[in-house]
Design a protein around this ligand. Structure first.
Ligand code: C2O
Ligand code: CU
Length: 633
């Protein structure tokens, strides 16, 4: 499916600047501030024309070099991930050992077995079922082979990463976990098989998850520096469902009527193996091979590790825990009626009722009016009532373009992966449906805007690297063109304080922005041209309100091009709902190709003034870094 490059219009007659790194900061800010959105898109062509040309070529290359073999759709039932049992106890708490292994797994009836990497040898990994107030220990064990399954670009953080080490580097991050920094699973805490080699921020083998946060759909996935996109694509991801007694009492659909679904896209070779492009797909031609590509989009929908699967349900209410586990793809979902023989869609199916998202239950259920948007790593906890659809066939339909630009008008109306999952509603139920969706769910106290101790202005930006390839970066008000991962930490909030983060997207596409450790509330969005970077407060009245899926506690938010998204976040315990932590975490774009190439920055939570001395000394283990220098400083 070659892409029409016409959607880069607006990028051609730019101001004539050749690379965003060459634009003086002052003039960038002035030009951005002075123009409207249309002008924004055109005039940031220093970033945008570059980025869009690169992105377009990348997609063409990826699609030109491979497309999956024709696979019959909807022939396999969607698997349900198993549950991991603890192997024992440690300090009186459940202790898990989870081995990462290479295995062959059948991802489709007609496809030869696929070599994947799985936690406990399963892709996706089995679910960890945790209870609020009951801490657990997990030892993530690396039993992966010597060689990577997929093409590794050794220029990505090449100075920091020993690409010549024996064995694959891994580290598991608990996404959405309000956890101590030594158990966060940050990229520099990687380790090879049997902990033979460890990264500069590796501190311990047994991670401790305190589970002192609201019940929520969390997930775990690999986060290894420079190869996260490849490790996750190979299969290293799974659910971590944190439950509570309070949630149990609600009576939401449970047991076999509660189904976690991880949505991913993959491309397969004819022999069943996973295809991931070797690149180079952009840049000046001097780049390495293999080379990272700006974004990856697969041509096959894979749900819970099955390609084009079907989900059989009874005509009753279900709770679906949706997770976007794709590398780069956005989903914009709704259920529609489907004629399986003709392959055509019909009227709208049952609505999705959102009961929770990233950080836990919403205060009240909210019926999604039209479509539910999920950027990479986003979760939606939805209830669907199939009782009026006995005997029908439905399709979980996605209309998000691959290069997602959100609310920004685009002539790119391609629907590159419209069919996600077929839902087969049986004629009759097995028994009575006693589940319910109470009108009051979780506790989501507002964080008042007036309580903010500071406003932080951060940016999403693009530059080019030394091979002329697209480089996605995170910046600040002072450095809007972005900082690299190893530049000194700039996001250093103090424990116990509240901040408003105003995230300005200066690039040509949407990015799902994720903060480790914390959950925030979305205040709203505005056009960059209406944004005053000097202002020290935000008036939510002047913003477009949060979208439906953005209510409640989130740890990832999508920022559309030319927009500023404002979120409010408290660092530490908040009305008894979260717990205090300090130390080094990360924040980053969750498109995994962006995160690896370099749209990731440290998030350093400082202790309160009084206990300055006692904690948050970042461990003095910098000596084992190759250059001996301090990391992030
Ligand atoms: Cu899923 Cu650093 O995150
Ligand atoms: Cu991004």
């Amino acid at each position: 499916m070659p892409r029409d490059s016409s959607h880069t219009n607006g990028s051609k007659d730019s101001t004539g600047s050749s690379g965003s790194s060459l634009v003086p900061r002052r003039s960038l800010i002035q030009s951005l501030g002075a123009i409207g959105l249309g002008g924004f898109v055109g005039n940031t062509a220093s970033g945008r024309s570059h980025s869009l040309r690169g992105e377009t070529r990348a997609v063409q290359d990826a699609q030109a070099t491979a497309s999956s073999p024709e696979l019959a759709k909807w022939v396999d039932e969607v698997p349900r991930p198993g549950v991991i049992e603890p192997t024992g106890t440690k300090d009186g708490q459940p202790y898990y050992e989870v081995e990462m292994r290479e295995v062959e797994q059948s991802l489709h009836r007609d496809l030869p077995p696929t070599t994947v990497w799985g936690y406990d040898g399963q892709y996706p990994g089995p679910t960890i079922e945790a209870r609020r107030g009951e801490p657990v220990y997990v030892r993530w064990k690396n039993k992966l082979p010597d060689e990577h399954l997929l093409p590794v670009d050794t220029t990505i953080h090449g100075d920091e990463v020993p690409y010549d080490s024996t064995g694959v580097r891994v580290v598991t991050h608990l996404h959405g976990g309000n956890v101590e920094h030594t158990s966060d699973g940050k990229p520099q805490a990687w380790f090879t098989r049997d902990f033979e080699e460890t990264g500069p921020k590796f501190e311990k083998k047994d991670y401790y998850y305190v589970n002192d946060q609201p019940a929520a759909t969390l997930w775990y996935h690999d986060h290894s520096l420079g190869i996260t996109r490849l490790n996750v694509y190979a299969g290293l991801a799974g659910f971590y469902l944190l439950r509570s007694g309070r949630e149990d009492e609600l009576g939401l659909p449970a047991g076999e009527y509660e189904i976690p679904l991880v949505l991913q896209d993959r491309t397969f070779n004819d022999d069943g193996s996973l295809f991931y492009p070797t690149g180079p797909s952009d840049g000046d031609g001097s780049g390495p091979e293999p080379s990272i590509i700006p974004q990856f989009y697969g041509d096959t929908s894979v749900v819970n590790g099955k390609a084009w699967p079907r989900l059989t349900v009874e005509p009753r209410t279900y709770r679906l825990r949706l997770l976007n586990g794709s590398n780069s793809r956005f989903y914009n979902l709704k259920l529609v009626e489907y004629d399986e023989t003709a392959g055509t869609t019909g009227a709208d199916g049952p609505p999705l009722t959102l009961v929770g998202n990233d950080g836990g239950l919403l205060a009240q259920p909210r019926q999604v009016d039209d479509r539910l948007q999920l950027g990479s790593s986003g979760r939606a906890d939805v209830v669907v009532d199939f009782s009026d659809y006995a005997g029908s066939t439905l399709l979980l339909h996605n209309d998000a373009p691959a290069e997602f630009r959100g609310s920004v008008a685009t002539d790119d109306d391609v629907e590159p992966l419209p069919e996600v999952l077929l839902v087969d509603v049986e004629d009759a139920s097995d028994g009575d449906d006693t589940s319910q969706v109470p009108s009051s769910l979780g506790r989501v106290p507002d964080i008042p805007v007036e309580s903010a101790d500071r406003n932080r202005h951060v940016t999403l930006a693009t530059q080019t690297d030394e091979y002329g390839r697209l480089l996605h970066l995170l910046g600040t008000g002072e450095e809007p063109l972005g900082n690299r991962l190893y530049d000194p930490a700039t996001e250093t909030p103090r424990k116990g304080t509240t901040e408003i983060w105003s995230i300005a997207n200066l690039t040509g596409m949407s990015h799902p922005v994720h903060l480790h450790l914390v959950h925030f509330q979305v205040l709203g969005h505005q056009s960059y041209s209406d944004f005053d970077p000097e202002a020290d407060s935000v008036d939510p009245e002047t913003l477009s309100p949060p979208k439906q899926g953005e209510r409640g506690w989130n740890d990832v938010v999508t920022v559309d091009p030319g927009q500023v998204t404002h979120v409010i976040v408290h660092f530490g315990e908040y009305e008894g709902l979260f717990n205090d932590q300090t130390g080094w975490y990360m924040w980053h774009c969750h498109m995994l190709e962006h995160e690896d190439h370099d749209m990731m920055r440290p998030l350093r939570v400082l202790p309160e003034e009084e206990d300055d001395e006692e904690t948050c000394e970042f461990p003095a283990d910098d000596a084992n870094r190759s250059d001996g220098g301090p990391i992030f400083e």
